[in-house]
Ligand binder design. Structure first.
Ligand SMILES: Nc1ncnc2c1ncn2[C@@H]1O[C@H](COP(=O)(O)OP(=O)(O)OP(=O)(O)O)[C@@H](O)[C@H]1O
Length: 284
């Protein structure tokens, strides 16, 4: 198992990674995050049931399924934002200890989310502070992990704007003056600047025009692979899943009906529901 604390960014810059991030996800043997018998039901068949899943360091896990199958609710529970009815979510922390997300205090969980994890929402303004500058949106996350040097923070914010293809002279502009695609790229920069161990994304390209979607997907793919971050991405778009995910979990009515490597699941689906999902894409 190889580990390193340096990686090359999409712009060729060297980016420092936390020492607990592994650059060779395929050999990572222990999950970073895992769920045991996780259930959350708002009403019969509304939510998710008896979920068992693991996320390994550096891998991209895609959660796919039709609208209403429970993907977003599951993502919220996995990312510490929704206490489930029953079951456990465990996380391997920086000391290599397994900690139970919902046994922590609310403030410990919030701190974990602020300092070690990233969350990219479908609607960028849900994940940005609209009335502080673009640079401030990025810098705030660095301050959350204890950085205090204003000059360094501004330099890193500028580098990340460039990384996500936003002109650096927009650093003092408010996100509300940005296009939807730029806002989404800023949200991604805000989440990646503190080098999270896990990034949770809910339909990150969902609200964007098709041409903007393609560019953003390409950028995401490059960033995720160069930083070797573990990602859990919810999408109903199998094209997005194919492009980004190493492994897929297919959900139907709150249950996981199939899991496997992305190419296997999409090219040779075993469950009739997955077969239906895949064939409906092929017919479009
Ligand atoms: N807070 C809530 N209270 C009651 N019902 C809810 C709540 N949140 C979600 N649901 C219901 O749970 C089910 C699963 O919703 P969820 O948003 O997780 O599905 P999804 O697969 O992400 O769908 P979509 O792709 O449309 O976002 C839906 O029937 C939804 O209406």
């Amino acid at each position: 198992m190889q580990s390193s604390n340096l990686a090359t960014s999409t712009q060729g810059n060297t980016i420092e990674l936390p020492t607990n991030q592994l650059l060779n996800p395929v050999n990572a043997e222990q999950p970073l995050l895992w769920a045991k018998n996780l259930t959350q039901l708002f009403a019969p068949n509304k939510g998710f049931m008896e979920i068992e899943c693991e996320v390994y360091p550096g891998e991209v896990l895609g959660i796919v399924g039709e609208s209403g199958s429970g993907k977003t609710t599951l993502l919220k529970a996995l990312s510490g934002r929704l206490t489930p009815d029953s079951g456990e979510v465990l996380y391997r922390n920086e000391d290599n200890n397994a900690v139970s997300l919902y046994d922590m205090s609310e403030s410990q969980r919030r701190k974990l989310l602020r300092t070690q994890w990233g969350i990219v929402h479908q609607h960028p303004l849900d994940g940005l502070r609209p009335y502080i500058s673009a640079g401030g949106n990025i810098g705030e996350r660095l301050m959350a992990i204890g950085q205090r040097h204003y000059g360094d923070i501004r330099t890193q914010a500028k580098n990340w704007l460039v990384e996500v293809e936003i002109p650096e002279d927009r650093i003092d502009d408010l996100p509300i003056t940005f296009s939807g695609g730029m806002q989404q790229r800023l949200q991604i920069a805000r989440n990646l600047v503190m080098k999270p161990t896990i990034l949770f994304m809910d339909e990150p390209t969902g609200g964007l025009d098709v041409s903007v979607q393609a560019k953003l997907l390409d950028l995401l793919r490059q960033l995720v692979s160069s930083l070797s971050i573990a990602v859990v991405i919810v999408t109903h778009d199998l094209g997005v899943a194919r492009l980004l995910a190493d492994r897929l979990m297919v959900m139907k009515q709150g249950r996981v009906v199939e899991t496997g490597l992305t190419d296997r699941v999409l090219d040779d689906p075993k469950h009739p529901y997955t077969q239906l999902l895949v064939s409906s894409i092929l017919q479009n």
